[in-house]
Structure formats: C-alpha cells, structure tokens
Design a protein around this ligand. Sequence first.
Ligand code: F0G
Length: 457
Amino acid sequence: MKTIIEPFRIKTTEPIKIISREERAEALDKAHLNVFLLDAEDCCIDLLTDSGTGAMSTAQWAAMMLGDESYAGSKSWKNFEKTVQSITNIKHILPTHQGRAAESILAHTLIKDGDIIPNNSHFDTTRANIEFEGGIAQNFLCAEALDTEKEAPFKGNMDVDKLHDCIKENGAEKIPFCMITVTNNTGGGQAVSMENIRLVKEVLLRYNIPLVLDCCRFAENSFFIHEREEGYSGKSLLQIAQEMFSYADAATMSCKKDGLANIGGFLICNNDKWAEQFKNLLIMKEGFPTYGGLAGRDLEAIAVGLMEALDYDYQIYRNATMQYVSKRLIALDIPIVRPSGGHAVFIDAAKFLPNIPALQYPGIGIVNALYREGGIRSVELGSVMFGSFDDNGNELSSPLELVRLAFPRRVYTQSHVDYLIEVIETVWKQRNQISGYSITYQSQYLRHFTCHFEEVS
Ligand code: F0G
C-alpha cells in the first residue's frame, strides 16, 4: 500500500514562532507551571486540544460568505438543521455556542439533587455540569480500558453489567438519563462499538431511561466501527452515524471537534416536552432557537464541516497520523495507550514515571518537560483533571494518569509530527530528571484550567 497522504493541499499558512529553551522556561514559570496559562504563540506545536483548533476547508470558507445573519429563521439555520437531521434523524435541533452549553441546558433541565448520571466516561465539563446541579456523575467504563497496553478494538465501551447493577441498586427514578461518549475522550479517545450502544440501549429501554449521546467525535467513532466491527465495512460513515443516532433519545455535540468548525455545538432530542424546556433556557442563555449563540456564518461552516468529517478519505488520513505517532512511540518502548485514539495519542504517565506518585501528578511532569524541551503543548488527563475529594477532604487519584497529545484537524504535517516524536524521545531518555508537582492554588470546579503548580524537590 502507498503512503496515505493528506487529502488536501495548503492554501493559507500561519507562521509558527520558535522561541528558545530559556524563553520557554521563563514563559512556563510565568504561567505558574500550568500550560493552560501560557500564551499560545509561545507554543511551537500546540496539541493542547483538538477542539476548535482545526483548519477549515475552502468549501467551509465559501459557505461562510453565504451566512444569513437574520435573527430568526435564517437560511443558514435551515441548512444547519437539515444537515444535523440528515445525520441524526432526531426531531428537535437546538444550536448552542459549544458543547458545554448543550450540557448545561440538559443538566439544568433534567437533573435533581442526588440523581445519578452514568456514562462510559464523563468529560470534565459534562461532569462539572452534572455536579453543579447536584447530580452524581458515574463512569462505567469496560474493564479492559484500564489495561492501557492491551490492543482491543472498542476500549471505549460501557460496562453494561455495571450499568444494570447501578439501575437495580438505585432505581430508575434516580437516573433521568444515561450517557455514552463517542469516542471516549477521557479514556484515551477509544471507540465504542455499535453492539455496545445497542446493548446499553436495550437495558435502558427496560427501565424507560433515555440515552443521551455525547457525540463530539461521532465521525471518528463511525470510522472505527467501519474499520473494526463486523458487518460495517460495506457501509458509509454516514450510514454508520445514522445507526448510532437511531439508538439515542438525545445528544450533546461540540461542533469544535467533528463539526470541523472553530466554534459551535448543539443539543438535540426527540422528546417534545424536553425540547420545550430546553428552548426556554436556550433563549435565556444562548440565543433565539434558530441561532443559539452562533453567527449565521458559523452555522454554515458547521453544516459543511459535519459532512466533511464523514468523508472516508479524510478519516483514513486522520487516523494514519495517530497510528504513525503511536507506532513510532511503541518502537521506542514509550508507554502509550493502545490502540491510539481517534483524535489523540495518550502517553501513560504512570508507566512513564513510575516513581512519581499519582498525587504528585506524573502527567504534569511530562507535559512540562515536553514544553521545556520542544515547545510542545499537551495536556494532563489524570489526577489533576479528574482527581476528586472524599467526604473528609482527602484527595483521591484518578484511575489513569495520561498525557494527551490531541491533534487539531487538518493542521499539522508529517514533519511537525516527526519533530514531536524527537522531542518525546529526548524527554523519555531524560525522564529521571522529571520531578513531581504539588498544587499551590486551585478553584472549586475544573481546577486544571487555572491551578498553579510548584515542583516537589
Ligand atoms: N464532551 C466531550 C467528550 C469533549 O471532549 C468536550 C470538549 C466536550 C464535551 C465539551 O465541548 O469544549 O465545545 O464545550 N473537549 C475539549 C477537549 C475541550 O480538549 O477535549 P466544548
């Protein structure tokens, strides 16, 4: 087979500033050793997130010029609604300015104090929105996901038995809805099989509990089902996505991922009563239901982007990048989550730095070393992001300590990726010099965004 090439050529470029090692060390100190607080222009290759960081296509830019900025009932809204409906076949479509706005409306409308919301793994904003309403966010991820080195096709699957036990123990009335996140971002960007979605839905149907898909990376998940699940290789990614959504009663979406747009999201549902309640909040918080906090041109860009994300050639190329990075890292014996995720490669920080305890945040050690060494910005998905506290205020660690290298869509080329691998290799060879960290300042919710660190000597 020949090399899989980028299925696009570059028409506009954006310069990358490369600052010196000393400047990087200074910048990181100024950012209180938290890469979220760095200036983006001080990052040479920014793999902090794949969210809103993608490059738009010529078709998207052209569509933006057709943006209809009417307050109500714009043509752009009609395009957006029609496209989302053609993929999901879900009745009510509510645009939002990004994914967490959809989560907030969903959570505020449906969650009562003490309610339980199961998921394969909640993303941090999803969990925060649920907890903010007094709900309890529970993860029922399949056991094999915890074995980071095991190669299995669907490590994003939910543990259906655990879900069932939770329903039996707590009663269906305590569970206003159940979620599945595709792909499972916090568990390594892993795929969820169609079979798993179907089985979860079967259990939920018995108890009349609705299923809400967190579908930010629905197209990448459709690609994995196409490649890995029996019976799907002959289907288009659109058909696979349509089947996935056929099991959902509602969905929250961040169009900053598989919408291939820089901003946007949606909340969709079939239930008329929910839609009515969602709309009231939407108008109050986001905007009129035909724009929901977005400009007409954003709605146009998303409508085109959602379909481009379902293009097989695009997904093959995207996945080839992840596979290339992971193969090279595995060849260097660097511990990573296998298989590589749909949008990111995850380093297993606990194995990379076995001498640093979870509550000294090994992931932060790697993140900061990658920045100092090569100006690479990555993100910790471990005890800083997902740690919690017990009733006595003791800090609890996260089951996994990961560092995520998330790839913006259609942005970086092969040589960027080769440079990245060289930087990781250097950090790996010098890993004994990496120290643990402690937190010197943190906020009540989503502490990872703003906390300050200190190195533990
Ligand atoms: N759900 C998942 C699975 C996500 O990955 C994200 C965002 C959201 C919901 C929230 O969407 O950012 O549009 O409000 N994830 C980004 C990330 C931020 O870096 O993984 P949003």
